[in-house]
Design a protein around this ligand. Structure first.
Ligand code: 9WO
Length: 238
């Protein structure tokens, strides 16, 4: 999987590839990346990537020429299709299922917005997919793009050692995660559930499945099917 990223702050984005699981994926050659500075695709002497909005109003708008020039140059130099993704609160909500789809799909070209946003002609005619990472507005699209890169990279086969775990985790199984504990067994009179110390793996697995169901029932009941809701209520004696 190769990620191309377009930003006016390339150094900010680069760090997502320098730590943890994603860094190990890069070192293993499973993840490739190229972060492009939009300013490299400007033609004026001020290297401007933004301009005042037609119709007036506050702030600046990202100009379409540098974005078009960058996307066309990167695509011309890339051997396979390169869909352009833009992150904004107006996009389709990002889900674990979408991350799974992107992880097996083509390489990706990700555009990070700044200022008040990008010229609408980019959204209408160049962007293939607009994706939201949540209902909030940030100062730039870099953090949502970095979150998407992390979520997708983890699902690229071989990036996470125990590949089964990423497909068991939250949301992939449709449920939230179960509680996790590690040493010490007793911390300030706070104990670890006995079942986790029993070494009885069948019991541990069913305890974890029940805890994930209860956690989801309590925090995100809308994720549960009617059968799962009923089961959770039975477990809780409701
Ligand atoms: C902001 C915005 C707000 C409401 C509806 C649509 C919107 N589009 C944008 C936009 O493109 N903003 C640019 C990128 C410029 C300002 C910083 N940007 C941004 C992206 N802020 N927050 C996001 C974002 C992206 C994905 N998921 C949540 C927030």
């Amino acid at each position: 999987m190769k990620f191309h990223v377009l930003s006016i702050f390339p150094d900010f984005v680069l760090d997502v590839f320098n730590y943890g699981v994603v860094r190990r994926g890069v070192e293993a050659g499973l993840i490739e990346h190229a972060v492009h500075d939009l300013r490299e695709y400007t033609t004026d002497r001020h290297r401007s990537t933004d301009d005042m909005p037609f119709g007036g109003g506050p702030g600046m708008v990202m100009r379409c020429e540098p974005i078009y020039a960058a996307v066309e140059a990167i695509r011309a130099d890339h051997p396979s299709p390169l869909p352009l993704i833009y992150t904004s609160p107006a996009g389709e909500p990002f889900t674990q299922q979408m991350a799974e789809e992107l992880a097996v799909g083509p390489d990706l070209l990700l555009l990070c917005g700044r200022y008040e946003g990008v010229d609408q002609r980019v959204l209408d005619n160049l962007v293939d997919r607009e994706i939201s990472l949540g209902d909030y507005v940030l100062s730039g699209g870099e953090l949502p793009v970095m979150s998407l890169i992390d979520a997708v990279s983890r699902l690229v086969p071989g990036v996470v050692g125990d590949s089964q775990s990423v497909h068991q985790e939250s949301f992939t199984s449709g449920l939230l995660d179960w509680p996790h504990y590690t040493r010490p067994e007793n911390f300030r009179d706070l104990d670890v559930p006995e079942v986790l110390l029993s070494g009885h793996h069948a019991n541990i697995d069913s305890w974890r499945a029940e805890q994930a169901l209860i956690m989801t029932f309590r925090r995100r009941p809308e994720l549960l099917s009617p059968e799962q809701l009923l089961r959770a209520k039975q477990i809780l004696g409701l």
